[in-house]
Structures are given as structure tokens and as C-alpha cells.
Design a protein around this ligand. Sequence first.
Ligand code: NI
Length: 395
Amino acid sequence: MIFNTLGVSPALRERLIAIRRDLHQHPELAFAETRTRDVLERELLRLSPVRIDRVATTGLIARIAGKDPHAPVVALRGDIDALPIREATGLPFASHIDGAMHACGHDVHAAWTLGAATLLREQPAEGDVLIVMQPGEEIGEGARAVLQSGLLDDVQAIFGAHVDRRFVVGQVVAQAGPLAASTDVFDIVLIGKGAHGARPHESADPVVCMASVISALQTIVARRVNPAAPAVVTVGMITAGSAPNIIPEQVELRGTLRATDEVTRALLQDELRQICTHIAAAHRVTARVTFSGGVPPVVNGVHAAAWAAEAAAHVLGADAVVRLGYTNMAGEDFAFYQERIPGCFLRVGARNADEEVIAAHSPRFDVAEDAIAVGAAVLAECARRASSSLNAGAR
Ligand code: NI
């Protein structure tokens, strides 16, 4: 097995797989990861002496000592929460919890982050490394909660990674620039005047207005956004009406906006508001528009991405580092760390060559478990390289 060359002993590899399977069997949703937290805390305590702080309700930060207590501090982040999905993999270690599943690989992320901590205990970085076990990624709130602890205030570089079944085990994406999109939720309420369905002239019909609004929203990406910048406007929910012969008082539309830079992100919001306000006025309807729950785009820094690419090449060979191709338009709350700390988010191949690509968030999602050792070794090496470079710069 080529992965025995990663500095990950067979014993550690087996232990990380066992922990991953245990977490997989007992998935916990955002901010309810108490058992998960306890398992990870117990495992991190085996690396003693290690300082562990509980943060963000169900999260942990462990401090792995470096060689030089005055050297810059870097952080590795693994997310630990599951999704409200009923598992359909048929795996022997499938979820024991009905309606909850690790369908995004965060069980693997927890395991490889623990593995990185173990490797950094064996072969320390220059400075201390904070191991962040983060809850609540799937609802986009965990990273902010961790940052509020203040424990990352002196961190000078941060790394995290996601399993990716579009790539085979041994391939790693570590590149500068945008990697994932912003995710803003919009909520549009169109308030008109209800009437009998047979007397539309007595109404201000929000349903007809809604139809125009939905069509016009499609012109934002087609006619307002620079075609070179990726963007998405999707209406995913419509709530309207109570009977076939009643024109309702109001309707509601909800959806998501995606962009990979802040200029496009602001433009999407502004254009959406303009379209709603003016089309509503043309229909004698009032539009109320609100935005919520957004994470910023993940944009990898040049230095952090270079350290990550060097780390992956060092661990796996130069051929292992591959380009993402198209930017991923899903969101990732790692972006909140990157607003404050230079960092790189990696994607780690998680499919065996003979397997099909199964999308994350599918009830059939699974991960090739050799990815765990790869993630552990690459993340540990990211920390060492960033730490050495920052320390050299600080002198
Ligand atoms: Ni995920």
C-alpha cells in the first residue's frame, strides 16, 4: 500500500479508521455533537501533555506544542457535524441514528485532523499548532462561534480540507484563489390585495407578480453579472395561496445566491432588490426583501496555498497536486476564518479508482478510507511548513 509511506504507521491508520467508523455510526447534527466531542476529547487527551479547551458549545481546541514556544502559531481545522439525511449506504457501520448521517465526510475530517495532531506530537512544527474540532459547519455557524472564543486571535495561518469524490485517493487540490462560493439566503415577501379568484380586477395579485419576479431574476446572471465571474440565483421555495379560487394576500419566495467574490456577491443582492421592488410596483404589490445566513466565499491566500501545495507534493509526490477545474459553487464556513487569518482550504481525493462519483449530501455517500491517512499527513505537513516559513520571516 503506497500510503504506508506517509509517515502514518499502520497502527495509527487502523485507529483513525476505527474512530471514523465509530463517528459514522453515531452522527450528530450541528451543535448537538456532544458524543462526537467526547470521543475526540478522549483521543486528544492520549497526546498528553496537551491543553484542550471546549469552545463553541460542542467544539474543541487542542494545543499541540511546537519546538519553539515563541514561534508563530498555526491552526488546523476539522469539522465534525452530520446532516439530517437518512443513510442508504448499507455499510456495516452505517448510521444508528434515524434521520442523521455523515453524508459530507465530516467523520473523516474529524479523524484526519486527529491524525494530524498525532503526527505533530511525533514530529512537531516550529511553533504550537491549534487543532480545531469545529461543530455546526453544515448550518454555516460553527466557524463564527469558534472565532468568538478568541482562542484563534494569535493564529497566523489556518488550514482545513474536505473530502472530494471527484478525485481519487492520493490526489489533492491546493491552489490559490476562489475555491467555494458565498451562500446568501434571500427571502422575498410580495404583499398584494386578496380577492375572489373570479374577480381579479378587485385584487393586487401577488401570484402573477411572483411569476414576473421569478422570470426577471434569471436576468441577473444573464445580463448583470460579468460572464467571467461565476454566479448563481436559485429560487428553491414558493409559498402561496390556500385555495384554487382565492387570490391570496401575499406570497413568499426563498432561494440562494452564490458568488466567488465580494463584488459579485453584493451585485447579486442589489440587483435582486431592484428587480423585486420595481416589478412589485408595476403590479401594485409591495416587496419586502431580506438576506440571511450567508457565508463568504472561500478564497485561498497565495502563501498558504503554496505551503499546502508543497506539503501535498512532499507527502504524496508532485503528481498528486491537481487543479480543481471549475470553482465549487457550494459554500464552506471555513471562509469565516479566512476573513481574519490567511489560510488555505484543500480538497482531498476520496474515491478509489474503480468507484463511481457519488455527490456529497447523497444518502449513498461514502469515502475511501485511505483518504484519512492522506488528509492527516498532508495537514500535519501544512502546519510544519507554514510554521517554519512564518518563523523564518519573524526573525
Ligand atoms: Ni462538508
